[in-house]
Ligand binder design. Structure first.
Ligand SMILES: NC(=O)c1ccc[n+]([C@@H]2O[C@H](COP(=O)([O-])OP(=O)(O)OC[C@H]3O[C@@H](n4cnc5c(N)ncnc54)[C@H](OP(=O)(O)O)[C@@H]3O)[C@@H](O)[C@H]2O)c1
Length: 301
């Protein structure tokens, strides 16, 4: 089946493309620089231009059975007013453009759109959150809520839509682990802020497998938390990462230091949410890496 994919050039995209090809799908990527992205992907993948905020021509989705939408401005930058606009618009307006093109194309039956556990808002609470828990009120929660609202509009045209509320995806090639590794490798890592904030993590292999699980089972609609079943506190995460590397992990970074260095974006590290993958588990998804220690051992081997 033909699957169109945005965000194919990112951290999750190439692994997902590989998985889709292995499953026998035909992959068509949509991105700001498709030629550059295609050069890093296996042969046989096709591509077309897509710029969030601009109209996406329905022809770009010609013959597509499904669309997976991952594109979005990275969060790891200073959140000045312009960056916040890019973070929000790339997701809300980008998703709107994808949904309008899918509705006009008329062939798409299945839509899987990324979102994030930031939907629930950042806090220091230990209350477990499931897909039924209410949304938060901070900047990222608002972005995720706007993003999901646009994605779920695809259902108006009978397109079965699943929203993937991704947790902190772990792999040394990118994302949070890539950022943390240099300090932890030097023995200069440790908890940040109170260390009590929860990290709802997931191994990249499980995240990619879960996206494919949502794609292939048409009965799965609506929001799904894409996180491992055992979230840990930031202090526990720091301890496990130090242990996996055989390095001490007792250097504490106080919250005010991180805030001074990163500004508002520091909330991504200083706050968290304890998210459980209730709907994914109920649907029968099997995690290859349900426990952090094993996930880190595999990732850092
Ligand atoms: N990685 C995580 O831990 C994590 C956690 C929660 C949620 N998510 C969400 O899951 C999605 C995929 O994650 P990822 O880590 O693979 O993302 P990523 O590597 O940061 O970026 C994915 C792609 O988005 C496109 N993009 C970047 N800035 C854009 C902009 N201003 N306008 C339009 N497109 C833009 C780029 O594709 P092109 O250059 O090809 O257009 C990029 O390769 C993202 O939306 C992310 O927010 C990720």
């Amino acid at each position: 089946m033909k699957v169109a994919l945005t965000g194919a050039s990112g951290f999750l995209g190439p692994r997902l493309v590989q998985g889709l090809l292995e499953a026998g799908h035909q992959v068509h990527i949509l991105g700001r620089n498709p030629e550059r992205a295609l050069a890093r992907l296996p042969g046989g993948v096709t591509g077309a231009a897509f710029q969030a905020g601009e109209r996406l021509a329905p022809e770009a989705l010609a013959g597509a059975w499904a669309v997976i939408h991952l594109a979005g401005e990275p969060l790891n930058q200073r959140w000045n007013a312009e960056a916040k606009h890019r973070i929000r618009d790339s997701r809300v307006l980008g998703t709107r453009a994808v949904v309008e093109a899918m509705k006009a194309a008329g062939t798409v039956e299945r839509f899987v759109s990324a979102s994030a556990v930031g939907y629930y808002g950042g806090s220091h609470e230990a209350t477990p959150l499931t897909e039924e828990s209410p949304g938060g009120r901070d900047f990222l929660a608002g972005v995720c809520q706007g993003w999901e609202e646009e994605a779920l509009r695809a259902r108006e045209s009978g397109i079965r839509t699943a929203v993937a509320r991704l947790g902190v995806v772990l792999h040394p090639e990118g994302g949070a682990l890539h950022t943390m590794l240099p300090a932890f490798r030097m023995g200069a890592g440790g908890r940040v802020g109170s260390g009590k904030q929860y990290v709802s993590w997931i191994h990249r292999e499980d995240a990619v497998a879960a996206l494919r699980f949502l794609l292939e089972d048409p009965s799965l609609e609506g929001p799904f938390n894409i996180t491992a079943p055992e979230p840990v506190t930031n202090a526990e995460f720091a301890h496990a990462l130090g242990a996996a590397l055989g390095r001490p992990s007792v250097v504490h970074v106080p919250g005010f230091v991180l805030k001074a260095a990163l500004g508002e974006m520091s909330m991504v590290a200083l706050e968290g949410q304890r998210v459980l993958p209730r709907r994914l588990t109920e649907a029968g998804f099997t995690f290859r890496f349900p426990r952090l220690e094993e996930a880190l051992r595999a990732l850092l081997a």
